[in-house]
Design a protein around this ligand. Structure first.
Ligand code: HGY
Ligand code: MN
Ligand code: MN
Length: 411
């Protein structure tokens, strides 16, 4: 295993230049999928890739593939990548770090005049976050054969706009088929988005896999009525019912520590007037656990508790599971390539399982895949204060370069 290094300043400067697109006051970014800001970032990435001599193609889900030719272009490529889209109050590193690290690998191979046996590709996957359009990881999911194209293109945002319409609007509805082509190996570098590496003072997380996730949409229906005239015992108060359900969701998380994660991220009240008892509340649910059977049980337990609250308060309940991503174990050869690259670079590393979802989950359905983590400050992510050090950002990309090079020269 070599121990080459990328150009740390160039990588850092690319990250900081890209962070100007969608920059927020508190030092983060807002680049919701397929907005004009996402398009601006996509265009910049495409131009940088073309400047690096890559051939750029776009597929039907707007996934971007920048390809650096190898000696034998009939061989399946070694691929890396992540996502350009962000959360509404996202950070400068989540996703985009993995995309620009891939570009830096290509730029470094150009500088070194290294010609690999296999082609190298860096990819940006559409809608990894699942914030504007649910579920998450939709485009890598279509690529990995988990969702069909029609389902992917028809996902709607809160205004009823579909992914397909928005891809056309920003000019990223590509001609390439989404999926169905061979990849030799896929590596994704990403900030950990949790506290472990920083706490243990490890530079590299050798990611073994990703925990399971289930998403639900819940609607609680009561009866709108007058705040002043409706006696307490006559109320069908949707917000009280929904609040008790969110409380039950939190209880389930706390009853199943240390591994369970339960979150309500969106809570919408209707009609939203201070002197009207709410007639309905819609809220989102995100439940995660590394064990598939326990994850299923947590979801069933939550549904049972919601149904009990609904009955007790004479409310109505709509409870839909909209996404299930089972736990994933990554490919051992790819995991070992990451571990030996870290070792050859003299970097402290440890095995880790990802609490966050990533596109590598779905790419691993069609290719040997694994991930590389670096620490982030206080383990904070999905927050504008998200940050990582230049040293760790550089180290993660050095590991990526050497792990990819190893695979790109093995035929
Ligand atoms: O939700 C996730 O785990 C990812 O950040 N989209
Ligand atoms: Mn991410
Ligand atoms: Mn994210």
């Amino acid at each position: 295993m070599n121990n080459f290094r990328v150009n740390h300043d160039r990588l850092w400067n690319s990250l900081m230049d890209m962070a100007k697109i969608g920059a927020t006051e508190k030092g983060g970014v807002c680049r919701l999928t397929l907005t004009d800001v996402d398009k601006e970032a996509r265009d910049l990435f495409v131009n940088w890739c073309k400047d690096a001599g890559c051939e750029v193609s776009i597929d039907e889900m707007g996934n971007i593939f920048a390809r650096r030719a190898g000696k034998n272009n009939s061989l399946a490529p070694v691929m890396t990548g992540s996502h350009i889209d962000s959360q509404p109050t996202g950070g400068k590193y989540d996703g985009i770090y993995g995309v620009l690290a891939g570009l830096e690998v290509i730029r470094t191979l150009n500088d070194m005049g290294i010609e690999t046996e296999r082609p190298i590709e860096v990819t940006s996957w559409t809608n990894e976050e699942g914030s504007r359009f649910a579920p998450a990881m939709i485009a890598s999911g279509v690529f990995g054969g988990v969702f069909d194209l029609e389902y992917g293109l028809s996902r709607k945002d809160a205004d009823g706009k579909t992914i397909g319409e928005e891809l056309k609007r920003i000019g990223y509805a590509g001609p390439e088929k989404c999926g169905g082509r061979e990849i030799s190996a896929f590596f994704e570098v990403h900030i950990e988005q949790g506290p472990i590496l920083e706490a243990e003072e490890k530079t590299i997380g050798v990611v073994q896999g990703v925990q399971g996730m289930r998403w639900y949409d819940v609607e609680v229906i009561g009866m709108e009525s007058h705040a002043g005239t409706t006696p307490m015992e006559r109320r069908k108060d949707a917000i009280v019912g929904a609040s008790r359900m969110v409380d039950a969701l939190s209880d389930i998380g706390n009853e199943n520590t240390p591994d369970a994660r339960t979150t309500c991220g969106v809570f919408e009240v209707s009609p939203g007037s201070r002197n009207v008892i709410p007639g309905s509340v819609s809220f989102t649910v995100d439940i995660r656990h590394p064990d598939s059977d326990i994850l299923k049980k947590l979801g069933e337990d939550f549904r049972d508790r919601c149904e009990k609250i609904t009955y007790e308060m004479s409310l109505e309940l709509k409870f839909d599971e909209i996404w299930h991503s089972p736990p994933v174990k990554f490919n051992d050869d790819c995991i070992n390539a990451v571990a030996s690259a870290a070792e050859s670079l003299g970097l402290e590393s440890r095995p880790i399982t990802s609490g966050a979802g990533h596109d590598a989950v779905y790419v691993s359905k069609v290719a040997p895949a694994s991930m590389i983590f670096i620490p982030c400050a206080d383990g904070i992510s999905h927050n504008e204060v998200e940050s990582a050090t230049k040293g760790d950002v550089s180290a993660g990309c050095d590991v990526l370069l050497n792990a990819m090079l190893e695979r790109a020269n093995s035929v």
